[in-house]
Design a protein around this ligand. Sequence first.
Ligand code: R5P
Length: 316
Amino acid sequence: MTDTGSLRVFSGRSHEALTAAICRELGIEPGARTIHRFSNENLMVQVEENVRECDVFIVQTSTSPVHEHLFELLIFIDALKRASARRVTVVAPYFPYARSDKKDRPRISITARLVADLLEAAGADRVLTMDLHAPQIQGFFKIPVDHLQAQPIISQHIRENYDLSNAVIVAGDAGEAKDVARYASKLNLDFAIIDKRRYADDEKARAENLVGDVNGKTAIIIDDEIASGGTLLQAAAFLRKKGASRIVAAATHGVLTGKAAEMLESSAIEEVAVTDTIPLMLHQRFNKLRTLTVAPLFAEAIRRIHTGTSVSELFR
Ligand code: R5P
């Protein structure tokens, strides 16, 4: 075991239920802290226990209000470093601004890179996250990043709940092809890719071609996240046209913005599974939604980081 001091896990305010579940798995209590907002809107985070020489993990996911949670995380890291924590690991189940990973329009920011710089400047020593929109975001950091996959959890759900004798895994766009190929290989299924085209900057991408065959099959759409639900709804309509007999979907991050819940509930998709990397408010829940927990996987990764054992072995 590496000498990293005793293990402590703290929670920001974005997802206290997930932190509590992770701590239950680890058999420890979440660290004590107070977060206070002054009348001028400035935040104060106070660590309410000794963390001197401890190996500290802070769980903070990206959810509304995104900027408040991000700033709270920066202040939290700073407070822990000033309290002499030996090592601070940011646990970001859904990484802030992960979709802003490249300069694909003139004169815009690469905000995921900016977030990486901010976390390092605040004093983070490591990052633990899951299914980044683009895995290359790991390279925005100079500190180590452990990148977990929800694939084993989602694959198990698929195996246990759907008849796979006539099923195919589907990527909603070419960007998802690599991930989807991994699912297909784990589940021993064929996969298909929807070819989406975008003709102008402000025009919505349209599904135009299908690589692979879904005719008469159960189509299982896999994506990294569901935000407005637009990608999923369009994929489902396209797959129906191509003859899919049943359509289900799964994604790691259930961002579920705007009317996503309502639209997915009334769509041709029979069931939508997401993990709990993001907490779901009442208006984001719907009957067809299944939530799978990532708490045991994060807890095991934290245990391994703490003891200096392999995290990648979790996925072999
Ligand atoms: C896109 O590249 C991503 O993989 C998702 O398909 C996308 O983020 C989903 O967003 P929405 O639900 O708003 O279509």
